[in-house]
Ligand binder design. Structure first.
Ligand code: BTN
Length: 267
């Protein structure tokens, strides 16, 4: 029997949502260029913090490093939200890390899958990518005006839906569990988790996120190679720094904080 994939039942999600900030305003589009682009336009027009933009299909979805984010219609979760972060939360890496913790926490609870955070913006099952986070911000005179955080989560993607070059490096909840997952249920859990974690850092600071990151990431202790525009560094991952950087103990014994780069796990 062929599976039909219905559009999201957004009114059912809106009715069940009991959050304080994230999702208090929802814009749903069956099809859009990119939810990050639309959320940024809404933020420019004064949309309040927590405004959520959700879509079932993107014609110009994008990821980090100008990569494309491709997702077949009605299979997955594609959404972005606007934040006007407090002064204590002004770095892209910090915001991405809180989002990764909230996502990983919700997906683990809803699916039972052992998902892990791969710094800075991936959620993986084993070596395969399940979700990506794209955090973009607008600053004026060194002050953050707004941030847009976008998430692509492979929920019901079938193995044949992935482009050939991603077959070995991407996965979906369906592929891992062999069950079609309710996107509405998962979306509700994720938005509640995002709301909870953002309120937690606004009230208590980033400390709770750091310890949770350590628990949800399988990176501490791993030998990694990080390549960015200026260098290639090898070393053992220690932890996440308070500003979202990755602390690495190099082979010469010195500790270095990494703020950007592609990461390769060696051991
Ligand atoms: C990455 O892994 O490089 C980040 C991928 C982020 C993709 C999501 S899908 C929803 C939102 N809209 C976009 O255009 N990108 C993000």
């Amino acid at each position: 029997m062929t599976q039909t994939y219905l559009p999201l039942n957004i009114s059912s999600v809106a009715q069940q949502l009991k959050t304080q900030v994230i999702g208090t305003k929802i814009h749903y589009f069956p099809k859009i260029d990119s939810s990050n682009t639309r959320a940024a336009q809404l933020a420019e027009d004064g949309a309040p913090a927590g405004t959520l933009v959700i879509t079932d299909y993107q014609t110009a979805g994008r990821g980090r490093e100008k990569r494309k984010w491709i997702s077949p219609p009605n299979r997955n979760l594609l959404f972005s939200f606007v934040l006007q972060p407090p002064d204590s939360l002004q770095s892209i890496l910090q915001i991405t890390s809180v989002t990764a913790v909230a996502l990983c926490d919700a997906i683990r609870k809803e699916t039972g899958l052992h998902t892990v955070i791969k710094w800075p913006n991936d959620i993986r099952v084993g070596e395969k990518k399940l979700c990506g986070i794209l955090t973009e911000m607008k600053t004026l005179k060194n002050k953050v005006e707004y941030v847009v955080i976008g998430m692509g989560i492979n929920v019901n993607t079938q193995p044949e839906d992935f482009p050939v070059d991603l077959e070995d490096s991407a996965t979906s909840i369906f592929i891992e569990t062999r069950k079609i997952m309710s996107r509405e249920k998962l979306l509700l859990a994720i938005v509640h988790s995002l709301d909870k974690w953002y309120l937690e850092i606004i009230k208590y600071g980033i400390g709770g996120v750091l310890s949770q990151w350590k628990e949800l990431s399988d990176m501490p202790g791993k030998l990694v190679r990080i390549s960015n525009r200026s260098q290639k560094i090898e070393g053992y991952v220690l932890n996440l720094d308070a500003d979202g950087g990755l602390l690495i103990r190099k082979k010469d014994g010195f500790t270095e904080k990494i703020l950007s780069g592609e990461i390769e796990i060696l051991m």
